[in-house]
Design a protein around this ligand. Structure first.
Ligand code: FAD
Length: 439
C-alpha cells in the first residue's frame, strides 16, 4: 500500500495527495514547493492527534506547517498543515487565543478593534506557529518583550497523540521549552497570549544616503541605548543591488507617544546631513506590518546573525568594514534591551537577554557562487559577527549540532534535551533546528 493510501485510511477525508489544491497549498512554503507523500489538513486537535498517530504508525517523517515562512520544503513524508487553525478570540484581561495557522497580520486586524496588539514580527504573512515557538522579535519588542514572553498557554498534541493544555502551572518544564525551543516537542494548535494596548502609536521611516553610514550607525546607537522602552526601531543598511531599491541606511521606528516626542528622541539622526527622506506620523499597530517579499530573493546568502551585548564603537566600525565587502552586503540592527532584557536568561530557552540589538549581516552572492568564494566572504563578515553572542534560531538558515550549540548555551540545550526525552522520547518531531532527546 502507498504511503498516501495508508494515511488516507488512517485520517479519512483530511489527507490529500498530488493533484489537489490542499496538497499544493500544504507543500508550498516561502522557500518554494516541496514534494511530500501527502498533506494532512486537520480541523481539530483530535484530528491532529490522529495525523500524528498515523504518521508514526506509517513510519514517515512529519513536517509541520503553520504560516510556511520558516520551513524548508518537505521532500518526503507527511506535511501536517494547520491552515484550518486560524481562529482569533479575544478573552478577558487582554488574553487572546490564536490558532497556530493564523497569520500575524490577521491577528493584528482581529484584535485592533479592541485597542490591542501582540508584538510578533514585522511581516503580515508570517504564521503564528513557527514564530511563537521560536521567539518573535516584533515591532514592540523593547516595550513588551518577545512574543514567547507573552505566551500564557499552549494547546499541544504530543508524539503519543495526546492533546495537552500546557501552562506554567500544568507542565512547567514543557511550557518553558515551548517558548523558544521550536517545533521539537509536539504540534501546537493554539496559543493564548497576553495582548497589550497599542493605541497612541507614532512611527514611520527615515532614509539616508550612503555618504556617512558610520555617523548613522553611531547616532542610532546613542539613541537606542538612551531611549525609553517605548521607542522601538530597526536600522537596515541596504546595498545598491536592485533597481528601485534605494541603497543606504533606512530606519523603521515606532513609539507609543507623540510625534513631537519621537522627533525629539530621533534628533541626533534627523539632524544628520545624509537624511534624504523623513516620514513620521501616527500609525495603527497593524499598519506597521508589511507584506513579505514574494519568496526568498535569488541569492546565495552568506553571513549570519547574533545578539550584540554592546553597541561599542569597535563593533560599529567592524559593521562599516563588513559593508565595504566588494559584493553587495546588507546589514540589520534590531534594537533590543528594554522589556526583552528584563526577562531572566533562564526564564525561556532564548538566553541572550543582555543584548542591546540583534545583528544580521548578509552578503548576497549569485546562486551559483562557489563555496570558496562564499567562505572568503564569510571571513570578512566574521569580524563583526565576532562581537555578538549566540544566534536567533528563527533567522538562522544553517543547521546541525554546531549551529544548535550557538543558538542555545550548554545549560539551556541540556534542559531542552531533557524535556524532549520526556515528551518525545522516540524523537518523532525533527524540525530543521532539531534537538535530540537526552539518551
Ligand atoms: C519574510 C519574513 C519575515 C520575517 N520576519 C520576522 C520578524 O520580524 N521577527 C521574527 O521573530 N521572525 C521573523 N521571521 C522568521 C519567522 O519567525 C520564522 O520563519 C517562523 O518560523 C515562521 O513561522 P511560520 O509559522 O510562518 O513558519 P512555518 O514554516 O509554518 O514553520 C516553521 C517551523 O516551525 C515549526 N512549527 C511551525 N508551526 C508549528 C506548530 N504549530 N507546532 C509545532 N511546530 C511548528 C516547524 O518545525 C516548522 O518547520 C520572518 C520570516 C520571513 C520569511
Amino acid at each position: 500500500m502507498s504511503i498516501l493510501s495508508d494515511l488516507s485510511e488512517r485520517v479519512p477525508g483530511r489527507t490529500f495527495g498530488p493533484g489537489s489544491t490542499e496538497y499544493d497549498d500544504g507543500r508550498t512554503v516561502f522557500y518554494g514547493p516541496g514534494d511530500p507523500d501527502a498533506v494532512i489538513r486537520p480541523t481539530t486537535p483530535d484530528e491532529v492527534a490522529a495525523a500524528v498517530r498515523a504518521a508514526v504508525a506509517a513510519k514517515v517523517p512529519i513536517s509541520v506547517r503553520s504560516g510556511g515562512h520558516g520551513s524548508l520544503p518537505a521532500t518526503e513524508g507527511v506535511v501536517i498543515d494547520l491552515t484550518e487553525f486560524d481562529g482569533v478570540e479575544v478573552g478577558d484581561a487582554g488574553l487572546v487565543t490564536v490558532g497556530a495557522g493564523a497569520h500575524w497580520g490577521d491577528v493584528a486586524a482581529a484584535i485592533a478593534p479592541h485597542g490591542l496588539g501582540i508584538t510578533s514580527g514585522d511581516t503580515l504573512d508570517v504564521g503564528v506557529g513557527g514564530l511563537a515557538l521560536g521567539g518573535g522579535i516584533g515591532w514592540l519588542v523593547r516595550t513588551h518583550g518577545l512574543t514567547v514572553d507573552l505566551v500564557r498557554e499552549v494547546e499541544l498534541v504530543t508524539a503519543a497523540g495526546e492533546v495537552r493544555t500546557v501552562s506554567a502551572e500544568s507542565h512547567p518544564d514543557l511550557f518553558w521549552a515551548l517558548r523558544g525551543g521550536g517545533g521539537n516537542f509536539g504540534i501546537a494548535t493554539r496559543f493564548t497570549l497576553q495582548a497589550t494596548p497599542v493605541d497612541g502609536l507614532v512611527g514611520g521611516h527615515v532614509h539616508f544616503d550612503q555618504s556617512d553610514i558610520g555617523a548613522v550607525l553611531r547616532a542610532w546607537r546613542d539613541i537606542t541605548v538612551a531611549s525609553p522602552d517605548e521607542l522601538n526601531s530597526t536600522l537596515v543598511v541596504m546595498p545598491p543591488f536592485a533597481p528601485g531599491v534605494p541603497a543606504g541606511p533606512q530606519l523603521a521606528v515606532a513609539l507609543r507617544g507623540t510625534e513631537e516626542e519621537l522627533r525629539r528622541l530621533l534628533e541626533p539622526l534627523l539632524s544628520l546631513p545624509s537624511v534624504t527622506e523623513v516620514e513620521l506620523a501616527p500609525v495603527a499597530y497593524g499598519d506597521l506590518l508589511e507584506a513579505a517579499p514574494p519568496g526568498r530573493p535569488p541569492f546565495r546568502f552568506v553571513g549570519g546573525n547574533g545578539f550584540a551585548p554592546e553597541l561599542s564603537d569597535e563593533f560599529l566600525a567592524a559593521c562599516e568594514r563588513a559593508l565595504a565587502t566588494p559584493a553587495p552586503t546588507m546589514l540589520m540592527l534590531r534594537a533590543l534591551g528594554g522589556a526583552f532584557s528584563r526577562v531572566a536568561p533562564d526564564a525561556t530557552p532564548i538566553a541572550y537577554r543582555d543584548a542591546e540589538a540583534l545583528f544580521i549581516v548578509n552578503t548576497l552572492l549569485p546562486l551559483d557562487a562557489a563555496d570558496e568564494e562564499a567562505a572568503a566572504v564569510q571571513v570578512g563578515l566574521d569580524e563583526a559577527l565576532g562581537f555578538t553572542s549566540g544566534r536567533y534560531a528563527n533567522f538562522t538558515q544553517e543547521f546541525g549540532d554546531d549551529v544548535l550549540a550557538t543558538i542555545y548555551p550548554p545549560a539551556t540545550l541540556d534542559r531542552l534535551r531533557r524535556v524532549k526525552a520526556e515528551v518525545d522520547p522516540g524523537d518523532v518531531f525533527r524540525p530543521a533546528h532539531h534537538i535530540a532527546p537526552t539518551r
